[in-house]
Design a binder for this molecule. Structure first.
Ligand code: NAD
Length: 496
């Protein structure tokens, strides 16, 4: 069986250790390959490749750097289907979803193609008599990116196009559950003409992560994953003097007001609740039905949920499997717990008959009604296709519920009342808001990030905040002697 190795200095780098992880095809349950887990020596070698490449890359002209970005974009456009197929084979999401993920990543590449404009500083003439002041932004050096399993391509691409275009060199530590996309992207960079060592991949688990968090040559860490690990990454990385942005978990609510278009709300609840089998940090997992709309809304969501086809993502199904057997068991356990706690189980996804060969990790779309805030299906991030409907009497109760939640990634409101929507966007303590839009993922030229336990650090991903994160500012104050006064100080030997 194939064993995936690290990628450093433009080529595969064999691990010095023998710890391996299994990579499975979640639709069939088959182990398809293995991935090497980094040793401390591997961490050292991969970071050294990135460090050695930095001086040359940093001094490569912006024109040249941008041309490579454009080439990468063209190659990715031409071969996006290959990457989508890899994502589906290791993550399980349906092919159209995987293609959508690649497209969102590509938008960040396109944003990064505008780096010459984004890196422009400012200048002031005659700040004081004969004194000029200018500001510039420079790359940091080696930057670390640690990504989760649920977006094997898009999440790394939130960061590396901008980091690379700005002149940094990258060590990407992908999730060990979905390691192939990162290696495919590394090969694409090589084809695009990126110098060896600018983009590197370090596979593994905590050893690899801790290596990036503590190594003095790594200047920043961009992390996306669950909240406990995000907190750990933020605390450890900053304690070691690094700039850290650590995006964590989520529990996203969609509020439906009684005046909303309930068909639209139900369609969107299906997309946002069951897309990617609920394995999205922007998934809606709680629908808050306000006032009188609950019964009709639940009926519409249930009817649609029952019509979804669950199965192998390569067979044109609506929803694929969960990523591992453990994830499937965890999600089923939450459905058991919700039932035991007294929530009404309207659609039960346990025991679904998937359209797939083998022993894939499936749970079908699951809908609970009359969920209360003390139940684990409400309090926990399930990260599966389980949608809970919570009923409240008023708008104020709905907002209070969201603001009391420890997470603050995304939220949405469905209403036809502009005034209510305006109040919601003002009052709700969440980083990304959708108004009649259930998954309000910002475009690449805005920045992505939540509040509270959904993000540690103060810089969101991509957009201008991303450019800021991957560069640091310098201000230059200059006095040049007027030519008329030349000679007063005599000839100097400057030693060049
Ligand atoms: P995870 O936290 O288990 O893993 C994320 C990364 O951390 C992986 O690369 C993994 O190898 C590493 N890791 C895992 N355990 C570690 C440990 N003990 N020490 C050091 N490193 C460790 O997350 P996941 O299960 O891969 O991804 C799902 C989670 O990511 C969900 O909570 C989801 O909400 C979150 N997520 C958040 C966003 C966002 O933008 N806020 C986006 C995508 C996913």
């Amino acid at each position: 069986m194939e064993t995936l190795q690290h990628w450093a200095g433009g080529a595969a780098l064999k691990s010095t250790g023998d710890r391996l992880g299994d990579v499975t095809d979640p639709a069939t349950g088959q182990v398809t390959r293995q991935v090497a887990f980094a040793t401390e020596a591997d961490v050292e070698a991969v970071i050294a490749a990135a460090r050695d490449a930095f001086p040359l890359w940093r001094d490569t002209s912006l024109t040249k750097r941008t041309q490579i970005l454009f080439r990468f974009r063209e190659l990715l456009n031409a071969r996006a289907d290959e990457l989508a197929a890899i994502i589906t084979s290791e993550h399980g999401k349906v092919l159209s979803d995987a293609a959508g993920e690649v497209a969102r990543g590509q938008e960040v590449v396109e944003f990064a193609c505008g780096m010459p404009h984004l890196l422009k500083g400012s200048a002031t003439e005659n700040a004081s008599t004969g004194i000029d002041v200018s500001s510039i932004r420079q790359p940091l050096g080696v930057v670390g990116i640690i990504s989760p399993f649920n977006f094997p391509a898009m999440v790394p691409m939130w960061f590396f196009p901008i980091a690379i275009a700005a002149g940094n060199t990258v060590v990407l530590k992908p999730s060990e559950k979905v390691p192939s996309a990162a290696l495919w992207l590394a090969e694409l960079w090589r084809e695009a003409g990126l110098p060896d060592g600018v983009f590197n991949v370090l596979h593994g688990d905590k050893v690899a992560v801790d290596g990036l968090l503590t190594h003095p040559d790594v200047k920043s860490v961009s992390f996306v994953g669950s909240t406990p690990i995000a907190r750990y990454v933020y605390e450890t990385g900053t304690a070691h003097g690094k700039r850290v942005q650590a995006l964590g978990g989520a529990k996203n609510h969609a509020v439906v007001l009684p005046d909303a278009d309930l068909d639209l709300a139900a369609d969107q609840a299906i997309n946002a609740g069951f897309g990617s089998a609920g394995e999205r940090c922007m998934a809606i997992s709680a629908v808050v039905a306000v006032g009188s709309c609950g019964d009709a809304l639940v009926e519409k969501i249930a009817e649609r949920a029952r019509g979804l086809r669950t199965g192998d993502g390569r067979r044109g199904c609506d929803m694929g499997p969960l990523v591992t057997a453990a994830a499937r068991d965890r999600v089923s356990g939450y459905v058991d717990a919700g039932e035991a706690a007294g929530a009404s189980l309207v659609v039960d996804g346990r025991g679904v008959s998937p359209d797939a060969e083998g022993e894939g990790f499936f749970v079908g779309p699951t809908l609970f009604d009359h969920v209360t805030t003390d139940m684990s299906i409400y309090t926990d991030e399930i990260f599966g296709p389980v949608l809970s409907v919570v009923r409240v009497d008023t708008y104020d109760e709905a907002v209070a519920l969201i603001n009391a939640n420890p997470y603050g990634n995304g939220t949405a409101i469905f209403t036809n009342d502009g005034g209510a929507a305006r109040r919601f966007q003002n009052e709700v303590e969440v980083g990304m808001i959708g108004i009649n839009v259930p998954v309000p993922v910002p475009m690449a030229y805005y920045s992505f990030g939540g509040w509270k336990n959904s993000l540690f650090g103060d810089t969101h991903a991509h957009g201008t905040e991303g450019v800021h994160f991957f560069t640091r500012g310098k201000v230059v104050t200059t006095r040049w002697i007027d030519p008329a006064r030349r000679g007063e100080s005599g000839e100097l030997d400057l030693g060049f």
